[in-house]
Design a protein around this ligand. Structure first.
Ligand code: APR
Length: 230
């Protein structure tokens, strides 16, 4: 029997229970930082040391974090469903939680590239400093999609969303486009679930089940509800 396609869009809220800060909650990352200073090409040009330090810190936080019940629960759904995770997160907790099919819309903290070349990507586990360059002498930067930059994966992600038999959203405020728009690509007839400890506003979405819980508990409830859709 072919498995149904389960597409899951995740955001920072899924990693909150692993100890990683979200962006827009109270005490979130954007409360302590000016997003234009640390997460735009302009900000990087103006103060590269500060921006690299910000992401060096994020990389250390991610390395120290462990996947939580929500990451692991989504991986376990692969037993019954053909699962694709579309994550806005730059952490690798879905990978370490056991999911096998993951798209990183906003890049990955353990990757870097030069400021000139988006194509050649290097792995990085330590820090990046001003003066660290590629073979052509261009400064290296995290391979992360900043504000004011294109989201190269969005078209393929929209195609994946349009093919979904079931669509799930976990732990995102749905404030950042184009990622937030993916929910609208899932066909109207498709069952949709949204898990968040504080459900974000969505315009009218058909067939939407709301699970207003933390990610770990919410994914557990989702797994029970999905038994009926196998
Ligand atoms: N369980 C479930 N949801 C949670 C939890 C939790 N334990 N803690 C917080 N949340 C929810 C919040 O209620 C909120 O809806 O997670 C969401 C986090 O929203 P944001 O901080 O806006 O994060 P996200 O939606 O992933 O941000 C999108 O913005 O700055 C950019 O590129 C960055 O990918 C990021 C994008």
């Amino acid at each position: 029997m072919t498995k149904k396609k389960l597409v899951v869009l995740t955001g920072a809220g899924i990693s909150a229970e692993s100890g990683l800060k979200t962006f827009r909650d109270t005490d979130g990352l954007w409360e302590g930082h000016n997003v234009y200073e640390v997460a735009t090409p302009r900000g990087f040009a103006a103060n590269p040391t500060m921006v690299l330090d910000f992401y060096n810190m994020r990389r250390k936080d991610v390395a120290a974090a462990r996947p939580n019940a929500a990451h692991i629960g989504l991986a376990e759904l692969e037993r019954d469903f053909d699962v694709t995770i579309i994550t806005q997160n730059i952490d690798d907790l879905h990978e370490r939680g056991g999911s096998s099919n993951i798209m990183h819309l906003h890049g990955q903290i353990f990757e870097m590239r030069s400021v000139q070349n988006e194509e050649t990507i290097y792995e990085i586990t330590g820090d990046i400093h001003v003066g660290d360059v590629d073979e052509q002498g261009h400064q290296l930067r995290p391979n992360i999609v900043w504000f004011e930059e294109a989201v190269p994966m969005i078209e393929i992600a929209a195609q994946v969303a349009a093919m979904a038999d079931i669509f799930v959203v976990v732990g995102t405020s749905l404030q950042v486009y184009p990622a937030a728009g993916l929910l609208n690509y899932a066909p109207a007839a498709v069952p949709k679930f949204i898990i968040d400890k504080k459900i974000p506003y969505t315009s009218s979405i058909h067939n939407l089940t709301v699970i207003e819980k933390g990610a770990g508990e919410g994914v557990q409830e989702l797994k029970e509800l999905l038994q009926a859709y196998k």
